[in-house]
Design a protein around this ligand. Structure first.
Ligand SMILES: Cc1ncc(COP(=O)(O)O)c(C=O)c1O
Length: 314
């Protein structure tokens, strides 16, 4: 059992570990007023047998964080070593022994405007996986196609992970919930399939795994890349190509995936049933995530290089 409940947890803020209620920022700061921040949700997986907690593809998350900051001209004064030390310190302080999603956010503080580049701050906040959003903890999903279009690279780039991008995700997710669905699938400005509000989309057709191109208005997702790599290693044919809406209703299986969501099969789209029993999806899921068997994220499968132990002494 974690020593600290979510309301009582400890947060790393600008170099110090503080109680969540004492972690304060300026209400007039650009991050508070304009969503001027970039962030990562870093998944960590608990291995009960070894009593180790593994951050999955930690360095790749930090590379994306730095790229997001660079695109938005947010100055980051921390090195990757320092921010990874911060993550380890806050996990150690909270004594978590369970699956986590760790929010690591670089934000613009002070009294500036939406055009300010500094001063910057950072916080690191671990969230137990089961306390993340409902749609991230479901076994299967009933989805709708959203009436909202995914943001695009000539207005607000979906390629990076910044707080403001989630307003578009919010619109789609709230519309889906209002209409009785678990989540949504957004199309891009051209009416082609893009992604979920917080996840990437894959479908199965003729035993091939198909996912939208990285230039079809999607986040440069680490799970997307992981699934593509694992599938290829399993001998599954992977196509990265534009997907049309009608393919959603004719596919042989589909799933959403992301660091928070893991790999979650889709049961239906716009109330049209989808075969939730696809062997390809089951095999990929088992290899990536399975709790009982051989599993990459728990350190009992291949790709140990993707794991960083974050609860050991250093
Ligand atoms: C819009 C969107 N697409 C895809 C993803 C999945 O990205 P990743 O696999 O890097 O978590 C996320 C995750 O937050 C997201 O917000």
């Amino acid at each position: 059992m974690a020593k600290y409940s979510v309301e009582n947890r400890l947060i790393w803020l600008n170099g110090e570990i503080v109680h969540v209620n004492d972690a304060r920022i300026n209400v007039l700061s650009p991050t508070s007023q304009f969503g001027l921040n970039v962030f990562e949700g870093i998944p960590c997986f608990w291995n009960e047998e070894k009593r180790e907690l593994y951050a999955f593809r930690l360095n790749d998350h930090y590379v994306r964080l730095m790229r997001s900051a660079r695109l938005l001209h947010i100055n980051c004064s921390y090195s990757i070593n320092e921010i990874s030390r911060a993550l380890k310190d806050v996990i150690k302080a909270n004594e978590y022994q369970e699956d986590l999603s760790v929010r690591q956010t670089l934000f613009v503080e002070g009294f500036g405007s939406w055009a300010s580049k500094e001063p910057t701050g950072m916080f690191v906040a671990p969230i137990p996986k089961k306390m993340t959003s409902l749609e991230y903890n479901k076994i299967g999903l009933n989805c709708c196609t959203s009436s909202w279009r995914r943001i695009n690279d000539v207005s607000l780039s979906p390629r990076i992970k910044c707080g403001a991008n989630y307003i578009n995700s919010r619109m789609a997710q709230l519309e889906a919930l209002r209409n009785g669905y678990d989540t949504a699938i957004l199309m891009n400005e051209f009416g082609k399939i893009a992604e979920g509000p917080g996840s990437c989309f894959f479908l199965i057709r003729d035993n091939k795994l198909v996912t939208p191109l990285i230039t079809d208005s999607v986040l440069e997702s680490i799970t997307r890349d992981t699934v593509i790599q694992i599938a290829k290693e399993m001998g599954i044919c992977v196509e990265e190509r534009t997907i049309e809406r009608t393919e959603l209703y004719m596919c042989d299986g589909a799933f959403l995936c992301g660091s928070s969501m893991g790999i979650t099969p889709i049961y239906s789209i716009d109330k049209c049933g989808i075969n939730g029993d696809s062997d390809i999806i089951k095999e990929i899921h088992k290899k990536y995530f399975s709790i009982k068997y051989f599993s990459i994220v728990r350190g009992t499968g291949e790709h140990r290089e993707w794991l960083t132990v974050v609860n050991s002494k250093y």
